[in-house]
Write a protein that binds this ligand. Structure first.
Ligand SMILES: [Zn+2]
Length: 379
């Protein structure tokens, strides 16, 4: 790995290898499904609150990641995944010297890190819907045609016949329909271009033809570079400076409280470095768990224990010591049959007794003739 990364990144030791870049992208792609999976697992258990979260998962996730990525970009100059792999973003003409990100760089990066995946996901979903999704792919596009051929003018003809409003509405509807058709036609090409451009940049990056690992970073003029020893030193100093701020020595209690909250918030966001990768491992574990046999074994409930036997009632008949005898006639049982209490008699004896007294003769528990069970083995 070391050899390959050195070989491919040439003499520039600050330039991360393609493997590191791909690993970073993979990691950011994994966090979202991991969190979604964890949420959906718990949504089964607590549907009242979590189902709503699940429906808005992408938006909520984007909002959370906006906060997280903004923190990492401002504090460490790189996205969460980039920082995790020990890299950061640097403006190309500032590689040497002071290379903090400007406000514009941060917001551009945020649009790229959070906005782009959200928009792309929505467009993918929309395309899937209007193209008929998997059904269209299997059954041909005739399945999706049905939706297209719907009449753009609903049954409002009587209400608005002849009026300008009706014509305007009709025209709007047909515009919408042709826009939809155009989107359906163009989107696969745009999607292809998107992926092709990403792949081309990967290849060019691998062969040192470009310093940008994606067309988007090229547009922003930002490169991803390895963190240097000076960066780590600066980070450590910053860390100790923030813990000094939280010390109660300077300022009023309000200022102290504000510093404390800021400190805790920063600490919490920094803790995500540990938490998010853990959530990926948790996701992988859940995936394995639900596929494995352990899961089925754990779900199998043990058979319920047998019911407690009813004790003979002191005023009832006593049970003969010889288990093959009938407690009613004290003869070897003929046609053995069990009362609902579980005690076994001759069938004619117990039938007559229960029809007459409606109780089991030994336990005096209430019984009905329908509850008598014939036994086919006398053991
Ligand atoms: Zn009997």
């Amino acid at each position: 790995m070391e050899f390959m990364s050195d070989m491919l990144s040439g003499a520039d030791s600050g330039k991360p290898s393609l493997f590191e870049i791909v690993a970073q992208h993979k990691m950011s792609d994994l966090i979202e499904p991991a969190l979604r999976h964890v949420t959906s697992v718990y949504a089964h258990r607590y549907p009242r609150h979590l189902v709503r979260i699940l429906n808005w998962h992408e938006e909520i996730y984007a909002a959370v990641m906006l906060v997280v990525e903004r923190h990492y970009l401002r504090a460490y100059g790189g996205s969460f995944a980039e920082h995790f792999y020990g890299t950061k973003r640097v403006r190309t003409h500032k590689i040497r010297g002071d290379n903090g990100l400007t406000r514009g760089d941060v917001w551009g990066s945020l649009a790229l890190l959070v906005g782009l995946p959200l928009v792309k996901g929505r467009l993918d979903q929309y395309y899937e819907r209007i193209s008929g999704g998997d059904a269209a792919r299997l059954l041909g596009s005739s399945f999706a045609q049905a939706e297209q051929n719907e009449d753009p003018s609903p049954e409002t003809a009587t209400a608005a016949a002849g009026s300008d409003l009706y014509g305007l509405r009709r025209r709007l509807m047909s515009w919408r329909l042709s826009l939809k058709r155009m989107f359906k036609l163009c989107y696969p090409h745009a999607n292809f271009m998107y992926h092709a451009a990403t792949a081309l940049y990967y290849i060019a990056y691998m062969f040192d033809r470009t310093d940008y690992n994606s067309p988007w970073l090229h547009m922003l003029g930002l490169q991803v570079r390895r963190l240097s020893a000076a960066d780590y030193r600066a980070m450590n100093e910053r860390g100790s400076a923030t813990s000094d701020l939280a010390a109660p020595a300077n300022g009023s209690p309000i200022r102290f409280a504000r510093n404390m909250v800021a400190h805790l918030l920063t600490g919490g966001l920094d803790f995500l470095k540990v938490l998010l990768p853990l959530s990926i491992f948790f996701y992988r574990f859940l995936e394995w768990w639900h596929r494995s046999d352990f899961h089925k074994k754990a779900q199998m409930t043990p058979p319920p224990p047998p019911p407690m036997p009813l004790k003979p009632h002191p005023e009832g008949l006593s049970v003969p010591e010889d288990q093959t005898l009938c407690p009613i006639c004290n003869e070897p049982r003929t046609n053995p049959a069990a009362a609902p209490s579980g005690y076994v008699y001759c069938y004619p004896c117990i039938f007559n007794h229960i029809s007459d007294k409606h109780t089991c003769p030994v336990t005096l528990a209430a019984a009905h003739v329908n509850g008598i069970r014939k036994l086919y083995s006398d053991s």
